[in-house]
Design a protein around this ligand. Structure first.
Ligand code: EPZ
Length: 441
């Protein structure tokens, strides 16, 4: 693409893209087996905290394998507002965080993505002050931030919550301390790590989240001068360093384990055979037993996974979603969609979010037989699904509708696919390359 055109694309106001995407829908003609090879792109839930962490690394930060997603664009808009110079060259994003000119996140940017609350620790640490509007809930339930706020208060951040804003001031400096999380919150763990990197003294997080994205964030920060040990275990130790010793760095984001699980579910439900490139076996391990119980054959070598579906999927007795290394809540919806045409009943127990089953009603429009009571969904497999018009309710629920639509007989139309574009880069192109009949309108 000629530079000038590329430059134009770079300048295209996000709103324009959003408006275009906002009106698009996905049209799927179901019943085609998926076959072939697809590369898994970088992890959204690693890219977001890593980009946020560039605030603590004054200088040029080069982030490779950064997926082209609306949530990533939203994060870059916030970094730009704060004073960073950001630009993208294909899968690499460059963030120059040398000069910070603002310490707040405007309301409209906060509303675009509630996980921007993770900026709180980084802005407070860099600026000594931070002002964010309180993040709204989201499709998955209230999603409170009490653990974020109580932990940062323990480190000396004075937080005034009023009129829908969080106004935060660092009196003298952030101070390291022992923090016991009542639940292993991913976002709270990240917020504490960011605030603790240049705090005075040592911070120890007990009952920390163990997700691979936490380890990726620690690797990024350590390559920029931080001193973080134990990421990936339940106890993370951060020795505060002098902010002046932190510097720009280069990092490659880990592959997205939830995208991998989604493609596996798509291969399984279409009785296909798909090779996934660039996966990390230990990250995908928590979902393998479920696919094997459903009758799929899985081979893994190096950073490659090959999944071969059986002619008829078997049921999955029970899936309980849990923090890593349990079955990931984000893989629940695509895998549940896959079981809608399995032979027998499958049970899903959602232990992480309040109402993660909003998408089930849309799946039922495709002919799925599912009963939900509280945190438990029971799927009674049917012979086949039939295409219909459905609406995506949230990111992973939308992915579930795509998985089901690939197997439904006839045409499935999915509206509100902006939810899907938050976490899946050009989902229709990837699936088309595997033989799916899917297009964006
Ligand atoms: C991260 O969300 C991910 N998002 C989610 O992915 C993922 O589902 C979740 O972790 C669990 O793995 C990003 O990384 C951007 P939590 P987060 O804090 O940090 C409760 C996707 O589809 N909680 O671990 O918000 C909370 O209500 C998204 O990519 C509190 O009660 O998850 C939830 O029930 C969806 N108080 C549970 O903990 C708090 O202060 C887990 O939340 C914080 C959380």
């Amino acid at each position: 693409m000629p530079k000038v055109a590329f430059a134009f694309l770079e300048l295209m106001p996000f709103a324009v893209c959003e408006r275009v995407h906002g009106m698009s829908k996905l049209i799927i003609d179901g019943g085609y087996r998926l076959n072939g090879e697809v590369r898994v792109h970088g992890a959204k839930n690693s890219a977001l905290p890593v980009l946020t962490a560039t605030l603590l690394c004054p200088g040029v930060n080069i982030i490779h394998n950064c997926p082209k997603l609306s949530d990533v664009e939203a994060t870059l808009k916030i970094l730009t507002h704060l004073g960073c110079k950001c630009h993208r060259e294909q899968d690499t994003v460059v963030v120059d965080s040398s000069d910070i000119v603002n310490c707040d996140i405007p309301d409209e940017l906060m509303r675009e993505m509630r996980s921007s609350i993770v900026f709180l620790g980084a802005i407070a640490a860099r600026c000594g002050y931070a002002k964010l509007s309180s993040p709204g809930g989201c499709e998955l339930g209230p999603r409170p931030i009490d653990l974020h706020l109580s932990s940062l208060r323990q480190m000396g951040l004075v937080i005034d919550e009023s009129h829908g804003y969080l106004e935060c001031t660092v009196e003298k400096s952030l101070v390291g301390t022992e923090i016991n999380l009542s639940l292993p919150s991913v976002g709270a763990t990240e917020n504490i790590m960011l605030a603790a990197t240049t705090a005075k003294g040592k911070t120890v997080i007990h009952n920390a989240a163990r997700e691979p994205e936490i380890s990726d964030l620690a690797d990024f920060l350590n390559s920029a001068g931080a001193c973080i040990h134990g990421a990936g275990t339940g106890t993370i130790e951060i020795i505060g360093v002098d902010p002046k010793t932190m510097h720009g760095t280069e990092h490659t984001v880990i592959p997205d384990r939830i995208i991998a699980a989604t493609y596996m579910a798509a291969a399984a439900i279409t009785r296909g055979c798909v090779v996934l490139k660039d996966i990390i076996p230990s990250h995908i391990a928590p979902v393998l037993s479920s696919f094997k119980e459903a009758g799929c054959d899985i081979n893994i070598w190096d950073r490659t996974l090959k999944i071969t579906a059986p002619p008829q999927l078997g049921r999955i007795r029970q899936i309980r979603t849990l923090p890593f290394p349990g079955f990931p809540t984000d893989a629940g919806p695509p895998v549940l969609a896959m079981t809608t045409i399995a032979n027998g009943s499958s049970m899903f127990v959602e232990n992480v979010f309040e109402n993660r089953f909003k998408y089930v009603d849309e799946l039922k429009r495709l002919g799925a037989v599912i009963s939900v009571s509280g945190r438990v969904a029971v799927v009674d497999g049917v012979k086949s699904l039939s295409g219909a018009s459905v609406v995506a309710t949230d990111l992973r629920g939308g992915a579930a509708l795509v998985v089901a639509g690939l197997a439904a007989q006839g045409t499935t139309t999915i509206d509100e696919i902006r939810h899907i574009d938050r976490g899946y880069e050009n989902i229709e192109l990837s699936l088309s390359s595997l033989g799916a009949k899917i297009k964006r309108e």
